[in-house]
Design a protein around this ligand. Structure first.
Ligand SMILES: [Zn+2]
Length: 215
């Protein structure tokens, strides 16, 4: 892989807010503010690894109630029924709505789980200063960041269901406690992806002092 000059090696750092370049101060401990917009400037996001870990662990813990607690409660003349995400998927599958069952299964169970695993793997390899598969890990980070905004699908499905069913007056549907836990998982993984600094993936290659030929 061709060796490229980094901002740090050029003695420069860029502002995260407005992109302005500034020289790295001789005294590294001094907090530098952006000469243009006055935002604090950092070479790397401060405490990126520990913040990302805290958010991943919180998301992993909340993933359990999100799947075990009822996602919605349906009350009708026939009685009350509580559904978890998985029982909802099974219900959709058995009633013949296979595409919807597959979409809910992937968006609500697989995507958050894979996101947590992917972010944990990225953080572990950064902590170990791994020099392997940097390109693949960078791509994985981009996918994780992109997927984030699409994983609130379950909440949308419930919102539409609640509106539809309540409008017809046949039954009432209420969102269960799992909806809060699920929303928190999605938001926490999005913040974890934001607090992770992907430049840390490349740092072991540029700090070795010799050009990296095989990556
Ligand atoms: Zn700025």
């Amino acid at each position: 892989m061709k060796r490229h000059l980094t901002a740090r090696e050029a003695g420069l750092m860029s502002c995260h807010v407005c992109g302005q370049l500034a020289h790295i101060p001789a005294d590294r401990a001094a907090l530098l503010r952006c000469p243009r917009c006055r935002a604090p400037m950092h070479l790397r996001k401060p405490a990126s690894v520990s913040t990302t870990w805290a958010l991943i662990i919180a998301a992993a813990v909340l993933f359990v109630p999100a799947n075990l607690l009822p996602m919605m409660t349906t009350s009708s003349l026939l009685g009350r029924q509580q559904d978890t995400i998985m029982s909802g998927v099974v219900f959709l599958w058995q009633s013949g709505s296979w595409p919807l069952a597959a979409v809910v299964f992937f968006a609500s169970i697989m995507v958050p789980l894979l996101k947590i695993i992917a972010l944990a793997w990225l953080t572990v390899t950064v902590q170990r200063r791994s020099r392997r598969s940097v390109m693949q890990r960078t791509r994985l980070y981009r996918i994780v960041e992109f997927v984030g905004r699409w994983s609130m699908l379950d909440i949308y499905v419930i919102t539409i269901l609640v509106a539809l069913v309540n409008f017809r007056g046949l039954a009432t549907i209420e969102a269960g406690p799992a909806a809060i836990a699920f929303g928190a998982v999605v938001v926490l993984t999005m913040f974890a992806a934001m607090s992770f600094d992907p430049r840390l993936i490349w740092d072991p290659l540029t700090e070795s002092g010799k050009p990296a030929t095989h990556v």
